[in-house]
Design a protein around this ligand. Sequence first.
Ligand code: MLT
Length: 265
Amino acid sequence: MLRSIDVNGVRYRVADEGVGPAILFVHGFPLDHTMWSAQIVKFSRTHRVIAPDLRGFGGTDGSLYSVSMEQFSDDLADLLTALQVDRPVTFCGLSMGGYIGWQFAFRHADWLGRLILCDTRAAADSPEAAANRLKMADIVIKEGPEPVAWAMMPKLFAASTSERQPEIIEQVRHVVLATAPTAIAAAHRGMAVRRDMVSELPKIAVPTLIVVGEKDAISPPAEMKAIADAIPGAAFALIPDAGHMAPMENPIAVNAAIREFLTEN
Ligand code: MLT
């Protein structure tokens, strides 16, 4: 069921499907909850699946000038409360959803039962990458989402996805081009100043799964393996035939990895 709910003056669009222990799916940038369609179908058979559009994205309003990863994580805790979700939840985030996941893990530990990080990074931006984001934020406000689509789309997918599943690329392009420029700019500004979490990884005390597409050009497998090695007891799943958007590109392998992790932890 796609719901609309007001939380702290923000009207959220959120997929809320199934009954059972809760899994919160948090999308990447600049996307919306539809990137998790295959996971929503699969896991709503056994779990309560909550997949919101983050502040400003998709069908959710409430853009700010800049949105920190901390703010997004606080938004999610308030949304879970408003939806009367039972604790603890499994948090599953991709890329920017993972940046938010680190903050959620430390700021809202009382909500967290397990952590799944897909195709994300723990390191902060380099000064050059941060400066680029600020420049891109200004460009998007003036020109709309096209420049972001041009910059990002080629990096998101494995070559095999372009060849065999071009419809997925079109679906993502459509979402990016429909995203509010204010949301893109605000998230870019927030990601540019996000905290470096590498030194915090050994403190994560919940069962954790790290998932990465073997052809991920944005958060490469070696970097994600280092994240898994730094988190006590973390599991690691390398997904074949997938790049940065592994849950969309190879949902069968990603869902199997998540299912195994949920069963064993
Ligand atoms: C994402 O997929 O969320 C982005 O690649 C995050 C980023 O721009 O660092």
